[in-house]
Design a protein around this ligand. Structure first.
Ligand SMILES: [Zn+2]
Length: 402
């Protein structure tokens, strides 16, 4: 089944300062490859007004944000900036998520390829490049349409603190965040909150593809099953990719393909397909972002990425000893039986029982990059929708997150 993808030139109209990692060029490159991908249905973004997000965001915050844009733009904090049309752009991402709900409820997965990201934005606060919390807007709308159990999975490298703050007051919504342990913004310590309705998994830096997916199999999918959601929302950030300047988890495009495929398979295996909607969050290496989003879409669509597995050998990977130490440290944090039960490693006599917890052996080396991938840049598409030449991130910048 081809996923529906919402994207279009409006997302190029949110300027940020030179060298800011969340620049229009990341969207431009993504849109180039989306336009050429035969495995998706590409739809125009759906713009909307402030009324669509008033249930999620504070009225004074929204009016102040509108006033700053109307005055020509400026900074909300050291990381978060707006231009004249930034609120309109952010609302287009939220509006697209709202429009997509209709399609996903009919069984077609959808992806919102917009910007700026949203998962750090709180009720009355912009943060970490985020203005409007799109995934929370979608969750709130799903509740209004009668859903009583909504699960959000956030795989951005940063903790989805804005989303957690918002949904902690919404008993219909469960939330799970996988993020780099101890990374900005410093929230989301590993553990369960509110009986497991909110779950945070702090992943060590340089974990890599194999061990990360083992965590998904053992601590994400069982959690999802316990939540019995009627709809699954994904905060899909790509700054955990090994090429990204803001994260250090060493994931690859194939990691996102397999994660998305596992979620889509989980949704299809329920009684009546569970709707699945993903919203782009971070991801600041444009080429890696484009590869990873397309790999995600192939995973959501149930197809193999015939030309999109990651193109490099994994460079870093958590050792088996480190992985075992990590899972041992989580034994008191989670109720999963495999964490507390006696393992086979030493007969269950001590803390080292857990040889069965080791990640699977590394996969065969990825296939070589086809010479036509990624497709060559298209000058016309590259020029679409920019307010200014996109700044390029440079090493040494220290932006907080996104
Ligand atoms: Zn992020």
């Amino acid at each position: 089944m081809k996923p529906i993808v919402y994207s279009g030139p409006v997302f190029g109209h949110h300027p940020t300062p030179e060298h800011h990692p969340e620049h229009a060029g990341r969207w431009t490159r993504l849109y180039e490859v989306l336009e050429r991908h035969p495995g998706i249905i590409l739809k125009d973004p759906v713009e909307t007004g402030l009324e669509a997000v008033r249930e999620v965001h504070d009225a004074t915050y929204l009016s102040d944000l509108a006033a700053l844009c109307n005055a020509g733009g400026g900074s909300l904090d050291a990381d978060t900036w707006v231009g004249p049309r930034s609120l309109e752009v952010a609302l287009a991402a939220s509006g697209s998520a709202l429009d997509a709900l209709d399609h996903v409820l009919e069984g077609t997965p959808a992806f919102i390829a917009g910007r700026p990201p949203g998962h750090h934005a709180g009720r009355a606060r912009a943060m970490g490049f985020c203005l409007i919390n799109h995934v929370a807007v979608a969750a709130r709308a799903a509740i209004d349409r009668g859903a009583r159990r909504i699960a959000i999975v956030d795989w951005d490298v940063h903790h989805g603190n804005g989303t957690q703050d918002l949904v902690s007051a919404w008993p219909e919504v469960s939330f799970l965040s996988l993020h780099q342990d101890g990374h900005w913004p410093g929230t989301g310590p590993t553990g369960d909150v509110d009986g497991g309705r909110l779950r945070n998994l702090g992943i060590p830096s340089r974990t890599g593809h194999e061990a990360y997916l083992e965590v998904v199999r053992r601590l994400v999918l069982p959690w999802l099953t316990r939540q019995t959601p009627e709809i699954v929302l994904v905060s899909a950030g790509y700054d955990a990719h090994h090429e990204d300047p803001l994260g250090r988890l060493s994931l690859e495009a194939r990691t996102y393909h397999q994660f998305a495929a596992m979620l889509a398979s989980w949704c299809r295996d329920r009684t009546g397909t569970v709707p699945l909607l993903a919203v782009l969050e971070g991801g600041y290496a444009p080429e890696a972002l484009a590869r990873s989003v397309l790999a995600t879409l192939d995973g959501l669509g149930g197809t193999e990425p015939d030309r999109l597995p990651d193109m490099e050998e994994p460079r870093f990977m958590l050792s088996q000893d480190s992985f075992l130490a990590l899972t041992r440290s989580w034994r008191t944090a989670f109720p999963e039986p495999w964490l507390s039960a006696a393992g086979s490693g030493n007969g269950g006599q001590g803390p080292d029982d857990g040889a069965d917890l080791a990640p699977a052996p590394p996969s065969p080396p990825p296939r070589a990059m086809p010479s036509d991938w990624p497709p060559a840049r298209d000058d016309q598409a590259q020029a679409a929708g920019h307010d200014a030449a996109p700044p390029q991130p440079t090493p040494g910048d220290h932006y907080g997150g996104g």
